[in-house]
Design a protein around this ligand. Structure first.
Ligand code: 5GP
Ligand code: ZN
Length: 115
C-alpha cells in the first residue's frame, strides 16, 4: 500500500532501526518509545488490523508472535509485554498490523500497558 508508513519501512523505502527480519515480517525500533525498550513486529503483508485477519493469515500471526519471542531474547529481555492495539478505540494509530514488544523496566516494576 503506497501511502502506508509500515509498508514503506518493510520495503526499505523509509528508514527504521531494524532488529531482525524474515520473509514475512520485520522488527524495528519504535520511533516514540512508550517503554525503555520498545520494538514493533510488522508483517510485510498489508493487513489493516487484527479485525481484518483471515484464516489464511493464521500462520503469519503465529510467526509474528514467534518473532516477537526471538526478538525479546535478542534484546536480552527476561520479561516483557506483547500488545496488539486494535482499532481507534483500542489505541491503534497506524492502520497496518503490528505487535508491540515492551520491556526494559526495573525488576518488579512492570510498566503501563497504554501504548
Ligand atoms: P499503534 O498506536 O498504532 O498501535 O502504534 C503505532 C506505533 O508506531 C507507535 O508506538 C508509534 O510511535 C510508532 N510509529 C509511528 N510512525 C513510526 C515511524 O515512522 N517509524 C517508527 N519506527 N515507528 C513509528
Ligand atoms: Zn501497510
Amino acid at each position: 500500500m503506497d501511502s502506508c508508513i509500515f509498508c514503506k519501512i518493510a520495503a526499505k523505502q523509509d528508514p527504521a532501526e531494524i532488529l531482525m527480519e524474515s520473509d514475512s515480517v520485520v522488527v524495528f525500533k519504535d520511533i516514540y518509545p512508550s517503554a525503555p525498550v520498545h520494538y514493533l513486529v510488522v508483517s510485510k503483508k498489508h493487513i489493516p488490523s487484527i479485525k481484518e485477519v483471515s484464516h489464511e493469515d493464521e500462520a503469519l500471526i503465529g510467526h509474528l508472535i514467534h518473532t516477537a519471542k526471538d526478538s525479546a531474547e535478542k534484546l536480552g529481555l527476561s520479561g516483557y509485554k506483547l500488545v496488539f492495539n486494535v482499532g481507534k478505540e483500542g489505541g491503534q494509530i497506524v492502520d497496518h498490523i503490528h505487535l508491540h514488544i515492551l520491556g526494559g523496566w526495573a525488576k518488579n516494576k512492570p510498566g503501563s500497558i497504554n501504548v
